[in-house]
Design a protein around this ligand. Structure first.
Ligand code: ZN
Length: 169
């Protein structure tokens, strides 16, 4: 197990479009374990491969109260099944900022699990929002892309300043 460094906005690597996982093997399962450990450590509810500089289509999540229901979704896809709602989101790659984003309240999800088996289920509310947010990451998209340029630039400037202080940039 290992904690992975999380890329932060505006790192251009977060704009990478991830490619499909071609084989669910031991290496992928290890990556999923490391991502889950990283996500729990950072107190997040979801983490996409893109955020840890791993550009294959995989995400991990846990939206349970007790944080004891880890989920791994490989090559995930969804179709909307509910109406659009506004939801306040945050992101481990955009730390300390929260903004309202329009998402579908429910979606039908298909993916492979960490055994390489095809799974299909309906996700609602927080789980649905989380999956849409993480799949966006796999497409190189961030929740700040949905807000105004003014707000996004303000967030970028604040994080750039912080990264300089931390010696990251
Ligand atoms: Zn995120």
């Amino acid at each position: 197990m290992a904690l992975l460094p999380i890329l932060e906005f505006p790192d251009p690597k977060l704009r990478t479009k991830a490619t499909p996982v071609t084989e669910v093997n031991e290496r992928i399962r290890q990556q999923a374990k490391d991502m889950l450990e990283t996500m729990y450590h950072a107190q997040g509810i979801g983490l996409a491969g893109t955020q840890v500089d791993f550009h294959q289509r995989m995400l991990v999540m846990d939206v349970s109260e007790e944080q004891d229901q880890p989920m791994v979704l490989i090559n995930p896809e969804y179709v909307p099944t509910g109406e659009k709602i506004m939801w306040q989101e945050g992101c481990l790659s955009v730390p300390t900022f929260y903004e309202e984003v329009e998402r579908f309240a429910s979606i039908q999800v298909t993916a492979l699990n960490e055994q390489g088996e095809r799974i299909e289920f309906e996700a609602k509310d927080l789980a649905a929002i989380c999956i849409q947010h993480e799949i966006d990451h796999l497409d190189g998209k961030l929740f700040v892309d949905y807000i105004s340029n003014l707000k996004r630039n303000r967030i970028r400037q604040k994080l750039e300043k912080l990264h300089k202080l931390q010696g990251k940039a």
